[in-house]
Design a protein around this ligand. Structure first.
Ligand SMILES: [Zn+2]
Length: 216
């Protein structure tokens, strides 16, 4: 006489295959939900443009420029007075730091050795998420950024120093404003910069109004 063992094994096998099927269905549901969330986030319209300020000290006048081969909307900032090396780089607006590190390679350009080996890419850089799909980027910083990923910053907080790390010819700040993944024309204090393409060399000077209460 047979015992209930074969039946028992069969039941277990059926239970195992049911569990596997349930897991598969659950995984598929989770995957579909994840894709749906990503699509909803991507399709959400951007928020209003934050009132970005020049990423340099209150009251200072800087030259904003671009040149052929730079990239549309990219802005290079040079001070109109004094040395660029080590000048404070300030957050253009409140936000959360999403990148604070090295892009490409640093190279070896310093104030003592300005024609040292040229690096690649952005060198030391910072990216800030301002919400509503708005982002700013700050490249070629002199030293490791003064902020870390995940840190909240307020407009006017110092995030780094002007330098010449990465693919940089001379000490300056390379700056971008982005809406989603698109670079857009940088606006400062509510006014467009006029830097929209890299077809020709173009410069404009602007005075920073990145001031906090009590400053000029
Ligand atoms: Zn640049």
């Amino acid at each position: 006489m047979t015992t209930g063992q074969p039946l028992h094994r069969g039941t277990r096998r059926r239970q195992r295959s049911r569990t596997a099927r349930n897991l598969l269905v659950l995984t598929a549901v989770v995957a579909v939900l994840a894709v749906a969330v990503v699509v909803v986030v991507l399709l959400r319209p951007p928020g209003p443009r934050p009132r970005f300020q020049l990423p340099v000290a209150c009251g200072e006048t800087w030259q904003l420029g671009t040149y052929p081969g730079h990239d549309d909307f990219d802005v290079d900032l040079f001070p109109t007075e004094g040395e660029a090396w080590g000048r404070p780089v300030l957050a253009s607006y409140d936000g959360e730091v999403t990148v604070a590190g090295i892009n490409g390679s640093l190279g070896g350009r310093t104030e003592e050795n300005p024609d040292g080996p040229r690096g690649r890419g952005g060198g030391y850089w910072v990216k800030i998420d301002h919400g509503g799909k708005w982002e700013t980027q700050y490249l070629h910083l002199l030293e490791p950024p003064l902020v870390r990923v995940g840190q909240r910053v307020a407009r006017g907080d110092q995030i780094g120093k002007v330098g010449s790390t990465g693919n940089s010819g001379a000490p300056h700040l390379h700056y971008e404003q982005r809406q989603g993944w698109q670079k857009v024309e940088a606006h400062f204090d509510g006014a467009p910069s006029g830097i929209t393409h890299d077809d020709e060399e173009y410069t404009v000077t602007r005075k920073s109004n990145n001031c906090v209460d009590g400053q000029q």
